[in-house]
Write a protein that binds this ligand. Structure first.
Ligand SMILES: [Zn+2]
Length: 293
């Protein structure tokens, strides 16, 4: 089944299955997760669960509809992702015969052109061809310009019946509040990849040390073992978040609810600080101290 591919995302799978089975489907969804998290597979699994007629609410992964979604070939599912500025320039040059000026957003090399979003809106405004729903999966939503977001907002405010817009984002704070407030927020975690064993071990150790209230200098020693590469730091943070989220899912959690939610909040804050190029070691140490409370 298509949801089986979402390893390490039991909570999300349960949530998506529930939505797809209930038939009570919202118009906007945000799939938020770090670059290491497979947000696209999650979005496609959801689209399959909604459109598949062999296994409704689940997706069979083998019928024509499911396979078309996998291959970006379904007539009612439009998929968009960011392109390199150079590719964009070349395309626009071919279209307009001149070199347009590109405004880069958040220094990212890749971004989604406004025209692409216009295409998506155009598709969503048409009657679905194969079934009764039009679905848009927008990868790299973090790179959409404010102008295009405003156009998208109109579609979210007055959608055609059966419209589903899925925005795939690395950080929900990159999206305007007006969009966020109209969407259901889903969190995608990275699946445990064996190559990240070192990061996973460090995350396990940190969580254990904090839980056992070990002296700060020991916690600090573990933090100092994390390399300077941002991808490595993010992986440790993602693993830690995964551990706390798993704890949240376990049955006997009531008394720890507040502590665990707070831990996740602190991890998100640390991730955000590091993204903003604040002092990494300080962000991690302060996170550990504050989770420990
Ligand atoms: Zn199917």
């Amino acid at each position: 089944m298509s949801f089986d591919k979402l390893t390490g995302n039991d909570a999300l799978t349960k949530q998506l299955r529930g939505i797809a089975c209930s038939g009570n489907i919202h118009n906007g969804y945000i799939f938020e997760g770090p670059w290491t998290a497979d947000k696209l597979t999650a979005a496609k699994a959801f689209a399959k669960a909604v459109l598949c007629t062999v296994k409704p609410g689940e997706g069979c992964d083998s019928c024509r509809i499911c396979r078309a979604i996998d291959d970006d070939a379904h007539m009612d599912v439009v998929f968009v992702e960011a392109e390199n500025a150079d590719t964009q320039k070349a395309k626009e040059k071919a279209e307009f015969g001149e070199d347009p000026v590109f405004k880069k957003k958040k220094n990212s090399v890749k971004s989604i052109r406004d025209a692409k979003i216009e295409d998506v809106i155009g598709r969503l405004n048409k009657v679905p061809i194969e079934g009764d729903r039009n679905i848009a999966i927008i990868k790299d939503a973090d790179t959409i310009t404010l102008r295009a977001f405003n156009r998208l907002l109109k579609t979210l405010e007055e959608p055609h019946e059966g419209t589903i817009i899925m925005l795939l984002s690395e950080n929900i704070e990159n999206l305007p509040q007006t969009i966020v407030s109209r969407c259901v927020h889903l969190r995608v975690l990275p699946s445990d990849v064996p190559k990240n064993v070192k990061e996973k071990k460090l995350a396990d150790k940190l969580v254990a040390q904090i839980a056992e209230g070990e002296p700060y200098y020991l916690v600090k020693n573990t933090i100092e073992k994390i390399g300077n590469e941002k991808t490595e730091i993010y992986t440790v943070l993602d693993c830690m978040e995964g551990i706390y989220r798993e704890m949240l899912l376990s049955k006997d959690v009531k008394r720890d609810l507040e502590r665990l939610s707070r831990a996740i909040e602190m991890i998100e804050e640390a991730r955000d600080r590091i993204k903003r190029n604040r002092n990494t070691a300080y962000a991690l140490k302060s996170m550990a101290l504050r989770i420990g409370g």
